[in-house]
Design a protein around this ligand. Structure first.
Ligand code: A5P
Length: 237
């Protein structure tokens, strides 16, 4: 196996385990990203075998994948609560299971889906585990297009974090909600819960990629198998 297909093998193993938690008649939240894509595929397999569920997708991309797999889709007009959401993450903090997300730019809808879910399950390969969030990743912050330069300057001044407008093929990357993404270099984050709140109090910020106290469990696939982590007692829930 080359490095990529090895990673895919781990992602699929985590996805398959997560999909075992899906029960008939549930409303399922679908995440976004390459690991979440395996969740969609594995769920599609169960639907073809006769499982009846309906899914709320967290991005246009995931919606298209799910349709292709024969999964019935619904939105918040029909369902304001979701029984179980399954999504990937960019980083998972050992112990608290706090997350950074948004590498794929879907963080706002992902957080809305996670917040509406009775259970939020996260699927990752073990390369995503960190002691401190911000170690591997710049933190994605979704901002309105209007005045994004002022918002970027405010984040840089208030938090001392250099920010960079995310681009795609030279043009600014635009989210499903029509916003921009600032990738902000915080470095290792000492107090993610405080930062999550403070960032969202900055005018022009729509949402940020910190997911604190949301994961009910993280399913981690590694060389040695699949493990299910629960947040530590005393970790913020
Ligand atoms: C999408 O906006 C992200 O939050 C993804 O869930 C995250 O980037 C993980 O993606 P991969 O599974 O592709 O690593």
């Amino acid at each position: 196996l080359d490095a990529d297909s090895h990673l895919d093998h781990l992602k699929r193993a985590a996805a398959r385990r997560a999909v075992e938690f899906v029960e008939p008649d549930m409303v399922i939240g679908l995440g976004t990203g390459s690991t979440a894509a395996f969740v969609v595929e594995e769920l599609g397999r169960r639907v073809k075998d006769g499982l009846k569920i309906v899914a709320v997708p967290s991005s246009e991309h995931t919606a298209a994948l799910a349709r292709g797999c024969g999964i019935a889709l619904a939105g918040f007009a029909e369902h304001q609560r979701i029984d179980l959401a399954i999504d990937g993450a960019d980083e998972v903090a050992r112990g608290t299971l706090a997350l950074t997300k948004g590498g794929g730019g879907a963080l706002l809808r992902e957080k809305i889906v996670a917040a509406a879910s009775d259970r939020f399950l996260v699927v990752v390969d073990d390369g995503k585990l960190v002691d401190r969030l911000g170690t591997h990743m710049k933190l994605p912050v979704e901002v309105t297009q209007f005045g994004w330069q002022a918002t970027a300057a405010a984040i840089a001044a208030r938090f001392g974090a250099p920010t960079e407008l995310r681009r795609h093929d030279e043009r600014p990357f635009v989210t499903d909600g029509g916003n921009f993404i600032l990738d902000c270099r915080f470095g290792p984050i000492a107090d993610p819960a405080a930062l999550e709140c403070r960032l969202n109090m900055t005018v022009g910020v729509v949402e940020n990629g910190l997911f604190i106290g949301r994961a009910a469990a993280v399913i981690v696939a590694s060389e040695s198998g699949v493990e299910i982590l629960k947040p530590d007692q005393g970790g913020r829930r």
